[in-house]
Design a protein around this ligand. Structure first.
Ligand code: BDP
Length: 712
């Protein structure tokens, strides 16, 4: 008997933590180790008001307090004399104006909130001017509880720096997801509008908790069907679920829709009948979804129809749609991801097409620009369009889904990559003209501002496939609310909410996250290499790729390796794409010795024997970067190996297996790339390194047929 008890006890002690599947995301309200200190702050909590938004806030708070403390809580709708926690607006509660300063209230605008307990007798107040501000404040307060922040002397005044904080879903109506690595689309169009999956509500909760206030439901490679009545009914149903969480729906508009579903002969934006068709369509949409956000448009890009089909400009197309939406306060997000015209350098095309149109877009249009000039590579210098269109609000498009950055298997925390872009100085209005200030509208005084992330969400039980990919969704929300947050702060919050507050776990894993971007860049595309992935699905290395019809679809176009060196000369003696940047940056990037090494091959064709800052030659440095990165990846696998006791086994093992895949693939990248580039450098891989275990031919003949996320 004693033996059995001992066995049972030891079983209990070695697996004390329940298995978890990751569905709860960061809204994981498990009992805190010691919830007792919270009690004084949570006596008879009240959330005032009676709108659906407030009902959602009350429900969330009930769930969070009960889960985190282990006691059941009922949230009051008006405070009583014992109440130590009260949330509301001046309109929903007479007490609120006595607990916060009018100055703070004036500062937070429509969506902001105040959390304070400094003004009146220990009561904690969450105050806002609107119910949605209250909801955001409550989510923030829950975050403080989850991450065990001190609750004494709180005085937080928070307001979003960016107005449109969006997820762009590249989801098709057949539930495939373009560049999706987490299963099928979460929108079950076939069941909608009658079946409202609980996931839609949980999706909205997660978004609201990080301040995301809009969702573009459909792929930029758009299907006009979504604008037909039956689909609009489905969109209406989703909008109804999202509304209490402050989330508006947007759709992608296929430019040829008037022809495809409207029976017109043309989609020419200057044609009266076409304009009328879009006006009627807008009226129909708003009759179903009165708070519809607007359209996102990909036009004259990668085969999509657009105004240039009728010899009109992007501005003509965007303004026509904006005129249809403006009476209902809808907006147009017009993408600048274009490279349909031949040019000496794909890098230059968006700039060449869009800068002449600066000042010609309607005030209801934002131009949506990818962070880099090419296409979501592991590391790109910022797109020179930022800073070059002072009369047009530009919004940021980041890619959360990891199309070119390890897809479903690599741990990559994207916040450092986003930060690098947001902090970059365009010098458009002198030093300090950062991209953050460009896209938040403050530099050029735009009322509209936006940041979008191409969603990495799918039907997988844990939403994003890789448990750590959730952190990128989280980061996008947090940075679009407050682009001054550090990557470390975001990682810290996310880890504590998602896994545990135990520093023995948080500290080492935060380190792994913060280094993950540099690491991935170095085993895939070090020193400014880009676009050397396989054709089509973009899974794995294919630096030798040279078989596609257009030169700028082929990897060899991007790296330009030859017997003399490697890299794309974009200086004056080359394509001169550098001239699209401010003179300060031209001087820096254009000089081989001053150019940051991270961007070297983006701008220079570098001789193999060139001395790098380390003292190594260019070839030796390339070898060094690839090998150092795979070594660091081994260290990551090892570090994770020590952490099993701090979190649930299910997520722990999944991450462990994925890290091993990542290591295997990092070595594959290193070997394939170095063996290939060696055919040009004609130098050995230094003997200190473990030599590749297969010849180049082996890597060249690898084929992958059913890679997820491949576009059709
Ligand atoms: C590229 C993707 C392609 C997208 C395109 C876009 O490979 O699937 O349709 O971007 O952004 O990265 O439109």
């Amino acid at each position: 008997m004693k033996a059995i008890i001992t066995i049972l006890l030891s079983f209990v002690s070695i697996s004390p933590i329940q298995a978890e599947n990751g569905y709860e995301l960061w809204l994981r309200y498990h009992r805190l180790a010691d919830p007792r200190p919270l009690a004084q702050f949570l006596t008879a909590p009240a959330v005032c008001g009676n709108s659906p938004v407030i009902a959602a806030a009350r429900e969330e708070l009930t769930k969070a307090l009960s889960g985190l403390t282990g006691h059941s809580y009922t949230i009051l709708s008006t405070p009583n004399p014992r109440t130590s926690f009260i949330a509301g607006t001046p309109a929903s509660s007479r007490v609120i104006p006595t607990l916060v300063s009018s100055h703070d209230l004036a500062a937070i605008g429509e969506e902001g909130f105040i959390i304070t307990n400094t003004i009146s007798n220990g009561r904690t107040a969450i105050a806002a001017n609107t119910d949605i501000g209250v909801l955001y404040g409550i989510f923030h307060f829950i975050r403080l509880l989850q991450t065990q922040q001190p609750l004494q002397r709180l005085h937080i005044v928070s307001t979003p720096k960016i107005k449109l904080r969006l997820l762009d879903h590249w989801d098709n109506l057949d539930r495939t997801v373009e560049r999706g690595y987490a299963g099928a689309s979460i929108w079950n169009w076939h069941h909608l509008p009658d079946v409202l999956d609980q996931r839609y509500t949980d999706y909205a909760r997660a978004n609201a908790s990080i301040g995301i206030n809009g969702a573009v439901l459909t792929n930029v490679n758009a299907d006009a069907q979504v604008l037909t009545r039956p689909y609009l009914e489905k969109v209406k149903a989703l909008a109804g679920v999202f509304r209490p969480y402050g989330i508006k729906v947007y759709l992608t508009a296929r430019f040829s829709a008037p022809v495809e579903i409207g029976g017109l002969r043309t989609a020419d934006p200057l044609n009266d009948t076409v304009q009328l068709w879009w006006k009627e369509k807008a009226r129909e949409i708003y009759s179903l979804v009165p708070d519809f956000g607007g359209f996102l448009v990909k036009a004259n890009s990668e085969g999509q129809p657009g105004p240039q089909d009728y010899s009109r400009t992007h501005a003509d197309g965007a303004n026509m749609l904006a005129a249809a939406l403006a009476p209902f306060r809808g907006i147009v997000m017009w993408r600048a991801f274009v490279y349909s015209q031949q040019s000496s350098d794909r890098f230059k095309q968006a700039y060449e097409e869009f800068t002449p149109l600066d000042g010609r877009f309607s005030p209801h249009v934002l131009v949506q620009v990818k962070n880099g000039p090419i296409d979501f590579q592991p590391r790109e210098p910022f797109s020179p369009l930022f800073g070059a269109m002072p009369h047009t609000p530009l919004m940021m498009e980041f890619q959360l889904t990891q199309e070119y950055t390890g897809q479903g298997t690599h741990l990559l925390f994207e916040a450092p990559m986003f930060r690098e872009v947001l902090d970059a100085d365009t010098y458009s209005k002198g030093s300090g003209s950062t991209i953050a200030r460009t896209i938040d509208g403050s530099l050029d005084q735009f009322p509209l501002s936006g940041m979008a992330g191409v969603s990495n969400i799918g039907s997988d039980i844990n939403w994003c496939g890789h448990p750590f990919a959730q952190a990128n969704w989280y980061a996008l929300g947090r940075l679009s609310w407050d682009h001054s947050l550090s990557s470390a702060q975001i990682a810290d919050e996310w880890l504590r909410q998602t896994f545990t507050n135990d520093p023995a776990f948080v500290v080492p894993v935060k380190k792994i996250m913060l280094r993950s971007h540099d690491l991935l860049v170095n085993y895939m595309t070090p020193l400014g290499l880009a676009h050397i992935m396989y054709n089509g699905h973009h899974y794995g290395p294919m630096p030798w790729g040279n078989s596609l019809g257009r030169p700028d679809w082929n990897p060899v176009y991007y790296h330009r390796a030859d017997s003399t060196g490697i890299g794309f000369n974009r200086t004056e003696t080359g394509s001169n794409a550098l001239s699209q940047y401010a003179p300060e940056l031209q001087a820096q990037f254009g000089n081989l010795d001053r150019c940051p090494e991270e961007y070297l091959f983006w701008f220079h064709h570098v001789p193999w024997q060139h001395r790098m800052r380390s003292g190594r030659t260019c070839w030796e440095e390339l070898c060094y970067r690839y090998y150092a990165a795979t070594d660091s990846m081994k260290a990551v696998v090892q570090a994770w190996g020590e952490l099993g006791k701090y979190i649930d086994t299910e997520r722990y093992h999944l991450v462990q297996q994925l890290l091993n895949v990542q290591l295997k693939e990092a070595i594959w990248w290193r070997n394939a790339c170095l063996l290939y580039f060696q055919t040009f450098s004609r130098k050995p891989i230094p003997g200190v390194y473990e030599q590749p275990d297969h010849p180049l031919e082996y890597y060249r003949q690898l084929r992958f047929v059913f890679v997820p996320g491949q576009s059709k």
